[in-house]
Design a protein around this ligand. Sequence first.
Ligand code: ADP
Ligand code: ASP
Ligand code: MG
Length: 470
Amino acid sequence: MRIVMKFGGTSVGSAERIAQAAQLAVHAAAQGHEVAVVTSAMSKVTNVLIDAARQAATGKWDPEVRRELERRHLEVAATVAGGDATRHAAVVRQLTDRLEGFEKLCFGLSMVRDLTPRLMDAISGIGETLAAPLLSAAIAAAGRASESVDATQVIITTDQFGGAEPLMDDTRERAQVHLLPLVQAGGIPVLTGFIGATTDGITTTLGRGGSDYSASILGAALDADEVWIWTDVDGVMSANPSEVPDARTLAEISYSEASELAYYGAKVLHYKTILPAFRQRIPVRILNSFNPTHPGTRVSVDGDPAARGVKAVTSIRQVTLVTISGTGMQGIPGIVAKAFEVVAVQQADVLMISQASSENNICFAITQASAPAVLRALRATLEPELTRGHIEDIAGQPVAIVAAVGDRMRGTPGVASGVFGALSTAGINVIAISQGSSERNISLVVTESEAPGAVLAIHRAFRLGQSSQA
Ligand code: ADP
Ligand code: ASP
Ligand code: MG
């Protein structure tokens, strides 16, 4: 079987974790599988890089940031090289080169103080290029031929910096040239997650948490039989385990459930991960590198045919609910179209839409980060309607979205009443509601402070936790 394995930040967060990740990859290869690896940056490194870029953009560059990154990675290099001086020297050279590049970019940025999305990608993607040589060296030390490969050579993307999309034909061609020969010879290439490059070779990133997406893109490009996402929990769970202590692992979910869960805030999978795998029906597994004997979650076409109703509950925080209201909106064509055109031009993702049937009010949810620009543009574009009084107000309110997800919510009576009953019993006010026509998802808007309570209440009401398994 051909497997693409991805290791997340905590799974490569220290020398010990990198050695464990290498063992997992080597073990699969020893069982006769062909293995290609995708790695994230070591835990927290991407945040450090992004903070450094933002600092530099204000004119401040603190060389200590580079030194700290250097210390952390060099310390790991000394351990994972397994006493092989040549291997160690090669890794040290790669790390030093890349950190040198990082310092130059930040120093330059502190002079020009213009942090473009393109420059942000060049800086924020450096973490993966530091982690890949380390993991590759650890795999070599564990006895398998390995090579660290920069995804700028392989994952070819659009130039949407900060959220680039793969150009699959080019990527497939590159993957077959740069990775397949080693994979077929029993070696294990380690590809940097998160990053790619335009056809002109300019570094891009796939968005925060995007290494999962890299793995499924590579899985598709290499016609893998499975994609394994190694993370720090036992798979996709019925809720975020750090918020809901009795959350339970879902053994089998469908591609559509996985996409909905990821889209509505289950950080365990980047929300675009599923599509490339789904197109080729490649099963995806989510596994715990800290507990590798746990079977984790398997994502496949059918999911769990026996499961009924709600399977999991998620939440997205830092959302803004934009409300366009006014009694004069009734019957005025085109306001909705104009509003969404503004959102599209601002490249803001609409997380949810809900319209009251009276047509007095349109509301939709976007990320808080995109809200100021969207609100400004809406007020400018809808200025004539505001002046004429067709629209009374365009307002943004900080909220959270809570979503109940499950393929077979459709046809299961009482799901909606169960969700709303749970919230009303918990005394939580629902600000807006939307049910996807797929009936795979009911999402509702609550205040940010009530989101944790709403998640717990729904989780409890549908008995999604461990205790229901007894
Ligand atoms: P990695 O670094 O391996 O990519 P992430 O931190 O991106 O890991 O994702 C794993 C985390 O996702 C878990 O530690 C958990 O806190 C969070 N999470 C949120 N919702 C869920 C869920 N429904 N199931 C599992 N984990 C979840
Ligand atoms: N290192 C990147 C991030 O922190 C990508 C990833 O971890 O998936 O967003
Ligand atoms: Mg992640």
